[in-house]
Design a binder for this molecule. Structure first.
Ligand code: BGC
Ligand code: NOJ
Length: 807
């Protein structure tokens, strides 16, 4: 069952009912000001840091769900309704929500009055625009009141949700000239405030939530709206809000626009914070308002935003003859990847914005999916990430976007982390050809004076693995590897203790990861290629020797007979082996070791993939492990804490299914690769939206596996490495246009039913117009009509438009 449809022409998903299985959201903003917005206008806004600079309040486990966000009320006589359905829930005569690239349009109509509401964050600005286009579609004149309300968060979202003994006394607002300013803590150490403005005369306002609602009422039933008049209340402590009342009359057929601005302002250093006692300096707010206070200005800003977003997509455009595949390759998967660049894992409807900052491993992987669209930002991101690496090559696991400093509360010790930096840097160089990044002076642990060229960071990354090997010559796992829940050293027995941060037991010198071995083999190869390119031939040779050692150790000790083993635990016992009772096979090493080509000549690749399909395959792809753990295993950690079929204990992880898709391509198994791809790609399973539960236009972290009660139900939508890896699998392996150090590879792997592929790829300033005859056996590559050997288009600067054929 579907709840909407894709509108590919407008690059939108159109939701046709407010009653989706869960709130289906979109993101507004790509720079520093962001909003989350659901199809019923729920969500919240923040600037730069979802924890420290939260503008509006959101309660994650609220009942009913998703009542916080933008609240709009229309009162016509005794009829009260919300154009986005929530919070009032009056049934609408018509409704739709269009989630587009960086904007959302929600339209509701009741009793002949239509409100089309457009939400977006103009590029580079610190505000959310809410344009409300009201039309009287009836045959008679209408008089009604329009109310708009936002609830302020007292900035620090964490404190806001728990430190009530303090924060219920700190709230302050200023209501001036029809604008409500939120200035909590501005008197003391903050140099920022927020405001809510509308470009129309307001009849009344309210800034005190309790007064607005009245005792015992929810947002669906605010006493002042029901009464028909706000009371011009100025909040002092408790719960400050910003509510506006606009009384309107519309003739039959007449339309009117209201522009609301939710803005964030900073006072520049040296500038006065106050212009009179308790009167804040409104200059930045006035300037921002001036930019967007008319329909014309807003429309122009939206047009500019669309242009900018579409330009990202122009970098890679595919026509495959399959509309579902095209919309994933050209619209939704690239868009989700850009959002993961913006958010990492910080703020979604599953990530509270107060828990996780920028992940080292996560951000490195996200980069693989956006580097071709925003290479300049990718460069800075790599430097930021590398700056939280420590001198010994290990890394902090996260940093907060505001400080960019390693997060000491989370710590480190995830032994896969350092290697991802090589993957990310290699991807950046392959895309841009910019080797100067390797010279960039980059600190360790953000310490001034510790700067070394980025290349030294990469070197310490490879050496970290080389210097941390276990009894079988395989990399030690540390706290965990990619699978955060495979905690082989923590032996946690205390209820509630975090598996992610608790003190490890023992010296950690036994538990090894076959997955990290696969990573090392893949990324040490890339490191060696980088060395060769910059003339470090001896170092390249030395690294390749190390690569060989780990490859051999993996073949000898990491192969279980039919597939790759997952790990050795802290007692030296096998994990992910047919010898185990449960958890006999894991997906990660099958994907990564095959991608890395380990044991290819021995036929391990094909064998491992076949076993993976047989033992892990289900309707929605491959489950992460099988059989699921049914008991808690202290020696394995969090993985066995989840009920069977959920999360790391047997769900389909959309993050590592694409590794297997890529592995199939590496092994030349196009049919298997495409088949697996389609089993969890959002556009291909849209028809099952009632089962899938989360948004049908983006990947979720996981889909519950067959042992779970809710088999097929997804969770953790949007912020997941699933976005990046699926995009890499699709654009670079299935469609086969893949950047390499010296040029672009053309190496498609789609089954025979795809006859012809047309792809346009902008690469280092050239535009490659690529036509692929997918029916040709042993095709040859032609560049501007000239046949070349192999599958690489060598990069030549300044060629402009290049015609490429594989036929
Ligand atoms: C989750 C993992 C996640 C980790 C991050 C765990 O509870 O299951 O998916 O990576 O937390 O801290
Ligand atoms: C989500 C985390 O963000 C990611 O870093 C981790 O690799 C996966 N979960 C698997 O545990």
């Amino acid at each position: 069952m579907k709840f909407g449809h894709f509108d590919d022409k407008n690059k939108e998903y159109v939701i046709e009912t407010p009653c989706t299985p869960s709130p289906w959201i979109n993101y507004l903003g790509q720079d520093h000001f962001f909003s989350l917005i659901s199809n019923t206008a729920g969500g919240y806004s923040f600037d730069t840091d979802a924890k420290m600079r939260r503008l509006t309040r959101y309660r994650y486990n609220e009942v009913p769900a998703d009542m916080d966000g933008r609240h709009f009320y229309v009162k016509e006589g005794s009829l009260i309704w919300s154009p986005s359905y929530l919070p009032v829930k009056t049934p609408l005569d018509s409704y739709f929500c269009r989630h587009g690239l960086g904007y959302t349009i929600i339209s509701g109509e009741k009793n002949g009055l239509a409100a089309e509401m457009t939400f977006f964050v103009p590029h580079g600005e610190s505000c959310e625009i809410q344009k409300i286009h009201l039309t009287n579609k009836s045959k008679a004149k209408k008089a009604f009141s329009f109310f708009a309300m936002e609830e302020w968060c007292l900035w620090n979202a964490s404190d806001d949700g728990e430190n009530f003994q303090r924060n219920l006394s700190t709230g302050e607002v200023e209501c001036y000239n029809g604008i409500i300013y939120h200035k909590t803590e501005f008197r003391e150490r903050r140099n920022h405030y927020a405001f809510y403005y509308v470009n129309h005369k307001t009849s009344h306002f309210e800034s005190d939530r309790d007064a607005f609602l009245g005792m015992h009422n929810g947002f669906d039933h605010p006493a002042q709206v029901i009464e028909g008049n706000l009371k011009d209340g100025v909040a002092s402590g408790w719960h400050p809000i910003a509510a506006h009342q606009i009384d309107l009359e519309l003739e039959a057929g007449e339309s009117k626009d209201l522009i609301f601005i939710l803005g964030y302002c900073e006072i520049a250093k040296g500038e006065a914070k106050f212009v009179a006692p308790s009167v804040i300096n409104k200059r930045p707010a006035e300037e921002l308002i001036e930019k967007f206070n008319t329909t014309e200005k807003v429309d122009a800003a939206l047009a500019a935003l669309k242009k900018k977003m579409y330009a990202f997509l122009d970098v890679y455009k595919a026509e495959t003859g399959n509309e579902k595949l095209d919309r994933m390759a050209n619209i939704w998967n690239p868009y989700q990847s850009i959002i993961t660049y913006c958010m990492s894992r910080s703020a979604s409807y599953y990530e509270s914005g107060i828990g996780r900052g920028m992940g080292f491993r996560d951000s490195c992987q996200d980069l693989l999916g956006f580097v071709h669209m925003i290479p300049e930002k990718a460069r800075q991101r790599i430097i930021d990430i590398a700056s939280i690496q420590k001198e010994d090559g290990s890394t902090y696991h996260q940093y907060q976007p505001l400080t960019k400093k390693g997060n000491a509360d989370i710590g480190g010790g995830f032994n896969d982390d350092p290697l991802w930096l090589i993957g990310a840097t290699a991807a950046y160089i392959k895309e841009t050809g910019d080797y100067t990044i390797l010279d960039h002076p980059t600190p360790f642990d953000n310490k001034l004076g510790s700067e070394k060229p980025l290349m030294e960071h990469l070197r310490r990354s490879v050496n970290f693995t080389i210097n941390h090997k276990g009894p079988h010559g395989l990399p030690l796992i540390g706290r965990a590897d990619w699978n955060d829940c495979l905690n082989l050293n923590c032996f946690s027995e205390t209820p509630g203790e975090s598996f992610q941060t608790t003190e490890n037991k023992g010296d950690g010198k036994v538990a090894e990861s076959v997955f990290i071995a696969g990573m090392f083999v893949k990324y040490s190869q890339e490191y060696a290629e980088i060395c060769t390119h910059i003339g470090l031939n001896d170092e390249a040779k030395a690294i390749l020797k190390e690569k060989k050692k780990i490859e051999e150790a993996t073949i000898k000790y990491g192969w279980d007979g039919e597939y790759f083993l997952r790990a050795y635990d802290a007692r030296g016992n096998k994990v992910g082996s047919h010898e185990n009772k449960e958890g006999q096979i894991y997906i990660e090493p099958q994907g990564f070791c095959v991608m890395a080509g380990i044991g290819h000549e021995l036929g391990y690749g094909k064998k491992a993939l076949k076993s993976a399909e047989e033992k892990l395959g289900c309707k929605y792809g491959l489950e992460i492990l099988a059989p699921c753990y049914h008991e808690y295993h202290v020696e394995l950690g969090e993985i066995s804490s989840y009920p069977p079929g959920y999360k790391e204990n047997g769900a389909v992880f959309n993050h590592n299914n694409p590794w297997v898709v890529i592995a199939h391509c590496v092994e030349g198994e196009s049919k298997e690769a495409f088949d697996l791809y389609t089993r969890n790609a959002p556009a291909f399973i849209e028809d099952e939206s009632e089962i899938h539960y989360t948004e049908p236009y983006v990947y979720s972290q996981m889909i519950a596996g067959h042992e779970a009660k809710n088999y097929g139900q997804a969770k953790n939508s949007w912020l997941s490495g699933s976005a990046t890896w699926s995009l890499v699998a699709l654009q670079e392996y299935l469609l086969g246009i893949r950047p390499d150090f010296d040029g672009l590879l053309v190496d498609p792997h789609l089954p025979e039913e795809f006859k012809h592929l047309h792809i346009t790829r902008v690469y280092r300033g050239n535009t490659y117009d690529i036509n692929i005859d997918n029916t040709a056996k042993n095709p040859s590559l032609y560049i501007d009509g000239k046949k070349v050997d192999g599958r690489r288009i060598p990069y030549v600067k300044g060629m402009g438009k290049v015609s490429v054929e594989l036929k």
